[in-house]
Design a protein around this ligand. Structure first.
Ligand code: ATP
Ligand code: MG
Length: 428
């Protein structure tokens, strides 16, 4: 038997209703903020991710699904590990920033070669939001306010903690990086293996090491906040001022650095205590340099090209659903309101009745079983979760009526055939 690939999950009908509901709630909030939907390819050139996310990140170093296609010469391609790179590519390619400051969202599968476990899969789903064109802190605050409303709508307001940090600008980060490397090189022996490696490849990532011994070493390390310039400090303070005005609580986490290289200034995460070590449900930040960085690919000497400011976030939908199931599960719903049952010999009358009902009552979900015996159709009706079963067999057709069985009480009555079509009589 050929099975699904490890870390790639089927979402079965019993789960998919939750997915659709969750997606509808999130899309509704995005609509209320005037964000527009964009649909992007799942495959892009590998180079896009390597350039955008950074060569020394976990994603590019070890998590990407990359391959070559059959073109000549073969093009290195990758399944997208995240959405921002593709969104920025599309914004540049279609010139969306020419006369607008687009606020975009997308939803769909992402792919990372990681060790599968609860809340961590190889194909997972993100909702991503990107707000382009504003360098101002209100754009950062708007995204956070929007996620805050999403938690409210999902009943998760008390389960999520907002963590904030500022990564400053590139030169500020470089100066800090030097100071941090100098400090940690002295204490090399006390670092865990991963952090030793990162000391040369991506030292800032050492800050979010989970190792207690490394964290102990870091307690006396230089602080990134001390390396921020005035512009970065003011920006960060203004984000906090807006959040306070909006009544949104936050914690400053000086060790929050994020696993992707493109961020500057504000970074944030929404974390929960309910999901073990897969605690981050939503993460994002500002990335003012990325557009320029990607625009400059192919330019003479890859010379830096003028960038455009942007800020965004992505939330992991599997983690969000695990949290919802744990603390505020969606109400169970059935896939059916009315089941229509008929005798196989008069099935065309039954199918016609159900069809007319679907035209007349678009608010109702009406199901039928195949033209097997009346008894087996009734069994299907019992299992369907329908509120009512309408029976239209020979006797009903002769008498020009329908029989209606209340599936909760088992009580059976009769009514005129147009009874259900008349909207006032029955609603679910
Ligand atoms: P982590 O530290 O948990 O690996 P990350 O920093 O790699 O997360 P991001 O790239 O910021 O994650 O992605 C945003 C969100 O997408 C995460 O906060 C998480 O909710 C979700 N996510 C990331 N990787 C996975 C995965 N392999 N499986 C399920 N969800 C994921
Ligand atoms: Mg990761």
């Amino acid at each position: 038997m050929i099975k699904a690939i490890k870390g790639f999950n089927d979402i079965l009908p019993e789960q998919s209703a939750k997915w659709l509901h969750l997606e509808a709630v999130l899309a509704n909030v995005l609509g209320r903020y005037g964000y527009e939907h964009i649909r992007l390819p799942i495959v892009e050139q590998t180079d896009l991710f390597a350039r955008a996310i950074g060569g020394a990140t976990d994603i590019v170093e070890k998590e990407m699904y990359s391959f070559t296609d059959k073109s000549d010469p073969p093009t290195p391609l990758a399944l997208r590990p995240e959405g921002t790179a593709g969104a920025v590519r599309a914004v540049i390619e279609h010139n969306l920033l020419r006369s607008d400051t687009p606020k975009l969202w997308y939803i769909g599968p992402m792919f990372r070669y990681e060790r599968p476990q609860k809340g961590r899969y190889r194909q997972f789903h993100q909702l991503g939001v990107e707000s382009f064109g504003s360098p101002l802190p209100d754009a950062d605050a708007e995204l956070i306010a929007m996620t805050h409303l999403m938690w409210q709508e999902l009943g998760l307001k008390d389960e999520m903690r907002l963590q904030l940090n500022s990564l400053g600008e590139l030169d500020e980060r470089h100066a800090y990086r030097e100071a941090l490397v100098a400090y940690l090189t002295d204490k090399h022996d006390q670092l865990d293996e991963d952090s030793k490696r990162r000391l040369t490849t991506n030292p800032l990532r050492i800050l979010d090491s989970k190792e207690a011994s490394t964290q102990a070493v870091l307690s006396d390390a230089p602080k990134l906040a001390d390396f921020l310039g005035a512009d970065s400090i003011i920006h960060f303070e203004e984000v906090q001022t807006y959040l306070t005005a909006l009544g949104i609580d936050y914690e400053i986490n000086p060790h929050l650095v994020r696993g992707l290289d493109y961020y500057n200034k504000t970074v944030f995460e929404w974390v929960t205590d309910k999901l073990g070590s897969q605690a981050t449900v939503c993460a994002g930040g500002r990335y003012d340099g990325l557009i320029g960085q990607l625009k400059s690919i192919g330019a003479r000497n890859d010379k830096p090209v003028k960038s455009e400011p942007a800020v965004g976030f992505a939330m992991g939908l599997e983690r969000l659903l695990l949290l919802i199931d744990a603390v505020a599960p969606f109400a169970e719903t059935s896939a059916c309101d009315i089941f229509v049952v008929t005798h196989p010999e008069v099935y065309s009358a039954g199918i016609n009745y159900a069809q007319k009902l679907r035209y007349d009552r678009p608010d109702l979900r009406i199901k039928m079983a195949s033209a097997t015996s009346l008894k087996s159709q009734m069994k299907k009706a019992d299992k369907s979760g329908a509120a009512l079963t309408v029976i239209l067999a020979q006797q009903e057709l002769e008498d020009n009526i329908i029989s209606i069985k209340n599936m909760q009480t088992g009580e059976q009555t009769t009514a005129a055939q147009d009874w259900l079509s008349a909207a006032e009589n029955f609603s679910i």
